[in-house]
Design a protein around this ligand. Sequence first.
Ligand code: WT7
Length: 653
Amino acid sequence: MARTEELDALLKEERVFRPPSRLVVGANVGPEEYAASLKVADDNPLVYWERAALELAWFKKWDTVLDETHAPFYRWFVGAQCNIVYNALDRHVDTAVKNKLALLWEGEPGDIRKFTYYELYREVNRFANAMRSLGVGKGDKVVIYMPSIPETVVSMLAAAKIGAVHTVVFGGFSAKALRSRIIDAKAKLVITVDGFYRNGRVMNLKTIVDEALIDCSAQCPDTVIVVRRAGIDVEMSEPRDLRYEDLVRQERPEALTEVMDANDPLFLLYSSGATGTPKGIVHSHGGYMVGVNRSLSWVFDIKPTDIFWCTADPGWVTGHSYLVYGPLLTGASIVMYEGHPLYPQADRLWDMVERHGVTTLYATPTLIRMLMRYGSRYPQRHDLHTLRLLGTVGEPISPEVWVWFHKHVGRGECPLLDTWWQTETGMFMIAPLPISLLKPGSVGRPLPGIEADVVDGKGNPVPPGKGGYLVIKKPWPGMLSGLLGDEDAYKDAYWTKIPGMYFAGDVARKDEDGFFWIQGRADDVLNIAGHRLGTAEFESALVAHKFADEAAVIGIPDAVKGEAAKAFIVPAAGWQDVFASREELIVTLKDHVRRELGPVASIKAVELVETLPRTRSGKILRRVLRAQELGQEVGDLSTLEENDPDRPLMPEE
Ligand code: WT7
C-alpha cells in the first residue's frame, strides 16, 4: 500500500476497543487512580515523579527533583545516590523474589537456560568481580557486541554494578561500525561471543571483533572477553583475549555495588540522526530507573505471576529498557530468545508462548507483519490462553495488522498497547494502559507527567486532525542526559528546531479525543524494520565507493519492513569499462554498503541517474525524489531548502 493510502486508512480508522472488565478490576492502576495521577502530574509533575522515585531504593535521597539551571541539560534527582542494579537485583535477594524465575532463555536449537533472581545475582557478581580485577571501574566504557543470550544481560548488569558504562552494539552491525563505536566511546573492554545461532546457521561474531580491532592501535581496548555459546573454534590473541568462563570461575559470587551519583552515566547507545554518523546517546542511573520502572509497571500492569516476553534484541533501547532493566526492576520473569522467529517454522513464537506460559508479549510491527503473512493457522495451532497483554513499538502499525494481532494472537481479549518512545526518551512516553480505550493505529495519549503535543514549525499547537511535529514540552526522568562529548549536537538535534521544546523528529496528528497518531519521521532518518538508519550513513557509505560519485537515499514503502532504502546514484565516469552491466554495478554497490554498515543496513533498490536534484546551496532534495518515487505532487519548490521548519509537512497541506 502506498504511504498516502496508508495514512488515509489511519485517518479514517474509527474502530475502538474497550478493555475487558476483568482487566480493569484487576489492574495495578485503575481508572480512578489514573485520573488522580493525571491531575497530580498536570498540577505539579515534579510531585508525580518524586512519588515514582520513592518506589525505588536509594543510597541517599535527592536534594532537588529537577535542576533546570543548565537547560536543556536537565538533571534529575540531583544530590541522590543509587545504582540501578541495586534495584534490579540486590534488593530482590532480601525478598521472596530471590527464588523466583528472573530469566528464561531459549536458544534457537531449543536449548533452555533458567536463572532465578538469586542465580542471576550471583552470576552478575562473579562477572563484576572479574571486570574489577581486570582494572575496569567507574566511568570506564565497556562495549558489548553480543547476540540475545543470558551473558549479554549479565554483562550489562555487571558493568552497571561496578559503575562502568555499557555500550551494546547490535550484532547486525559491521566491523567498521563496531570499530567506530569502540573508538568514539574509548572503550576499555569489549565483550563478545564465539558465535551464535540464527536461522539454523552459526554466525561468527568473534571474527568481526578481530577485524574491528585491526589498525585501531593506540585506541584499541586492552581486553576482549569471549563468551562460549556456539562452541566453535575461534582465534584467541594473547594477551588481549580472555575466556569468560575462565574468568568467572575464579570469582566470588558476592560483589560490592558501586555507589553512583544519580546523574552518573549508565549506558551509551549509538543511534542515527538526520546528519553525520550515529551519536552516543547517554542515559544515567537515577532518572532512567525511575522512568523505566514506572512506565513498565503501569503500562504493562506487571503482576508477580507475569512471564514477560519482549522480543527486542538487547542491542536496541527496547532491549535495554524493557527486556533487561524494566522487568528486573519490577521483579518480573523474563523470556529471551536467541534466534530467528521463523525457525524452524512460522509458529516458533506461538510455540514458545504456549510452552512458557507467556502472559505479556511485546513485539514490533515488522515482526507481526512477517508472521501475519503465514496466516492465522499458525497461532491457531497453539493454546495461547496465558496471554493477557500485547504490545508493539518501533514503527507505525496499520489498523489491519493491529486487528490481526489482537484477534488471532490476543483472542480479541488482550489489550494491544502501542507504545511510542525513542532511544532518547528511554521510556514509554505516549501509550495506553490496559484500562484505556484503544483505537487501532493510535498510540493513545501521553502518560501522566509527559507533556506531548503536535505543533507547527514555530511551536504553535495545530488543530485536531492536522499534521505537525511531535514535541515534548517538559523534561521527563528517563530522558537522555546528552550526546557523548557533543553538547552542541545535543542542543541542535533536539532543542533548537523549536526553541524550548524537545523535538522528537516525528510527524504526528492528534485527534479530537487527544489520541496521537504517529505518521513517521519528519527528518532524514529511515525506519527499516523498526531500526533507525540515517540517509546520511547510507550516502556516505555509498560515495566511499570509487564508482559512486554522488548518492541520495530515501525511504520507500515495504510490505514487511514498513520502510526500505532506495538509493539514487550518479556512477563515476568509466564504470562501463569495469562492469558488464548496470545490474553488476548495482550488486557491487549494494554489497559494498552491507560490508560498510552491516546486514542491518541493506539497500533494497538502486537507480542509476545522471544528476541529483539539489537546492541552490547544493543540498540534496530527497523530498523531490520521494515525491517522484511515490507518484505524489512534488509540492512547492520555491524555497528549495530541505529541513526548512516552515516547509509543508504533509503532502496535502
Ligand atoms: C523512532 C525511535 C522506542 C524503541 C524502538 C525505536 C518510531 C517508535 C513508535 C510507535 C510509530 C514509532 C518513531 C521514533 N517509533 N515507536 N509506537 N509508533 N512510530 O527506538 O530507534 O530510537 O526510534 O521510532 O519514528 O522517533 P528508536
